[in-house]
Design a protein around this ligand. Sequence first.
Ligand code: ADP
Ligand code: ZN
Ligand code: MG
Length: 491
Amino acid sequence: MYQSFIGLEVHIHLLTKTKVFCRCRSAFGDEPNANVCPVCMGYPGALPALNIEALRMGCTVARALNCAIPERTWFERKQYFYPDMTKNYQISQFASPLGREGYLELEGRGAGGARIARKVRIKECHLEEDAGKMIHTGAASLLDYNRAGVALLEIVTEPDMESGEEAELFIQELRRIVRYLGVCDGNMEEGSLRADANVSVNLPGRGLGKKVEIKNLNSSRFVRLGLNYEIRRQGEALDAGKAVVQETRLWNENRDETVPMRQKENAQDYRYFPEPDLPVFCPDGAFLSSVEAALVELPRPRTRRIMEDYGLSEEQAAFICDEKQGADYFEAAAAAAPGEAARIANWFLTDIKRVLRRENIAVRDIAAFRLTPPRLASLALMLGRGRITGKLAKQTLERAAAEDRDPEEIVRAMGWEQLADPAAVAEAVKAVFAAEESAVAELRALPAGSGPGAVEKRRRVLTAFLVGKVLAATGGRADPKIAGERVASSL
Ligand code: ADP
Ligand code: ZN
Ligand code: MG
């Protein structure tokens, strides 16, 4: 049995309006080469200027990952030659990353439901520019520089994880955090969140092994599959008495295996040197407080708090907290309907989820949902106070969402207010008894006090039938409990 070590390098696209060193639009899906200028095209003499918003977003992520922000931070040029970067260097950070020595605590379930509880140390977070995109066609390779110069934050972990499942959980948790912070959309398919995974195995107690890097994994599932494949492959190599070659490999999603890409270059090969065209940045008090102000309550602590504050199960709280906007929606409604949180949570997980899907509204855009938190709250209160039945509450919910109406107004207009007047329920029971004479007679003739068995079963069927008739006679407005009691006492 070998011990395995996994460290991740995750790149996230920051949601700044403009690129990190020029004022070009930073957007996905625009016409190729629509968003370029002399700076991001690397024309000689063009000078970069730092986008402070990118630095603020980067520092906010660093703080959310418990990193310290240094007193001084600057940029280096990382030399490399490839057509996706016309300058032949990338502006990045090497000696003074904007965040250092943080951690992220993982909690969840791994293979076979095994519990994962792991503190993953964050080595650093640094800001850099993305490269352009190469599109290989049959005849030629095309270049789109819209992405060149887009603000990229690289988050590097220490090799603290041990399984593909843990690394997958890390990616998912990080994705949730950056979405909560609103600094990245976390879309792995479109490349706004990309991961390189480093992995080695060794005999227990021997420390790190020879590392293999799996490049450009574009889904958290591939991170898990690629790593577990590598752990197996490297273990088998060692078993066979072979050495693991330190190299970069690629995940082949069609064959479910990693394949060699290149032998890895060393840091020296990049010949990092300080970027002479950008000044050192010294965060001042105002900058640091703007970073603190951008920090929101993060998904994990919020899940825990929502569980406790509203008495929900972990599963419910986790579902509610999956997106910040969903949690905000839930809490706004719950605050406006004291004592009704459980009911609201229940609706959120069932009816609201269904209606949102039907209306094609993502939870992230729930602010556009016509069943606003105050409306949901008023509906929950009507049900909680017995003013409407559960069944009509669901119908009101549907209508409020579909017709953009206030639940109070719907209930009034439809005459759905529950029959609270016992005399009115008694009236309905009387009418039903008159109309359903044979059922009433059969029920009355059944011997009383008999235990479980055919007779008791028949009694229940007939009673339910009569209660159902009473509810129907009142248009579903009678309280089922009161109707049941009244039917029983009228026999
Ligand atoms: P490099 O200089 O090759 O980029 P780094 O020290 O910067 O290597 O580490 C890159 C990533 O690889 C980090 O996430 C780190 O945790 C991980 N890593 C480094 N060495 C190993 C190893 N022997 N086994 C597994 N992961 C490793
Ligand atoms: Zn530009
Ligand atoms: Mg490195």
